[in-house]
Design a protein around this ligand. Structure first.
Ligand code: DHB
Ligand code: FE
Length: 279
């Protein structure tokens, strides 16, 4: 059966990708941010997963407000990086782990989830940037992907508890998938930020640091928080953190926090990373 070799959580701020495009990773502004990812990147290179399940949200790039699925799963053979308005990026297409995607969709429906199933779709920075942070800029990606979209854009967004339940189904799907492939689960988004309204620019370093410490082995409080709690503590866009719960729920109750990094602000966002292994 396929095996979950670890879970990672990471921010997915678009300007991180642009910094890579423009060769700015060694500048004083960006170096401390990118340096913090070196151990995570090394961990990934050592573990050599075959498949990355990437949990992210679209930002009005492939879904717009006219049609917003609460949960969607990609079952395509490949996914192009969507042009978000600043021109095409030198990011290779992502090959789909099609069979695992369908198996996951099947398990979701069996467990009373109703995902949108996408045979043809592009992926925005929510997936691109985490892949670049952990795999660099290869000619071809060393992993196939299973993209999972979670609506964190248009209210009502799903509850943290529902994201948690989805993570449990994801685990069941991976562990019943009849190959010996190694799978890494990536939860993306956050940390604290608010890009709109009267609190635009809101950052909460204290809450971010507590999240990075707690998501490993003190996750219950985050699983049990309300959506309003997320918005209050982390900002309206910081509520993207509910997507890390899908990753965390796919792991054992006890995990080892292998790597952790925090840097703020990256653009308008508290940016962070964790690498978790099952204890
Ligand atoms: C920013 C952060 C995000 O998570 C995002 O999706 C878009 C923009 C930002 O801070 O600029
Ligand atoms: Fe985002």
């Amino acid at each position: 059966m396929a095996e979950i070799i670890g879970g990672v959580g990471t921010s997915h701020v678009p300007s991180i990708g642009i910094a890579i495009d423009k060769g700015l990773t060694e500048t004083p502004d960006w170096k401390p941010f990118f340096d913090g990812y070196i151990p995570g990147k090394q961990w990934m290179a050592d573990k050599k997963p075959d498949i990355a399940v990437v949990v992210f949200n679209d930002h009005g790039n492939t879904f717009f407000l006219d049609r917003v699925p609460t949960f969607a799963v990609g079952v395509a053979e490949s996914y192009k990086p969507v042009d978000e308005g600043w021109g095409p990026r030198a990011v290779p297409d992502f090959q789909g782990a099609t069979d695992l995607s369908w198996h996951f969709v099947d398990k979701l429906v069996e467990n009373h989830f109703d995902p949108l199933v996408c045979r043809e779709i592009e992926v925005d920075h929510g997936l691109q940037v985490p892949m670049e942070l952990f795999f660099g800029r290869p000619e071809d990606w060393p992993v196939k992907v299973v993209p999972i979209w979670v609506n964190t854009i248009q209210y009502p967004i799903p509850t943290p508890q529902r994201c948690w339940e989805m993570g449990k189904v994801l685990r069941e799907a991976i562990e019943s998938f009849p190959t010996d492939e190694k799978v890494v689960v990536m939860g993306t988004g956050g940390l604290s930020h608010q890009l709109q309204g009267s609190r635009a620019g809101f950052l909460n370093r204290e809450a971010d640091e507590a999240w990075l410490d707690g998501i490993a082995n003190d996750f219950e409080k985050y699983r049990d928080m309300s959506r309003e709690d997320y918005v209050e503590q982390f900002g309206s866009e910081g509520a993207e953190l509910i997507m890390w719960l899908v990753m965390r729920a796919a792991m054992n109750p006890k995990v080892e926090l292998k790597h952790r990094h925090y840097y703020a602000p990256a653009s308008m966002t508290g940016a962070g990373m964790v690498v978790l292994e099952n204890a």
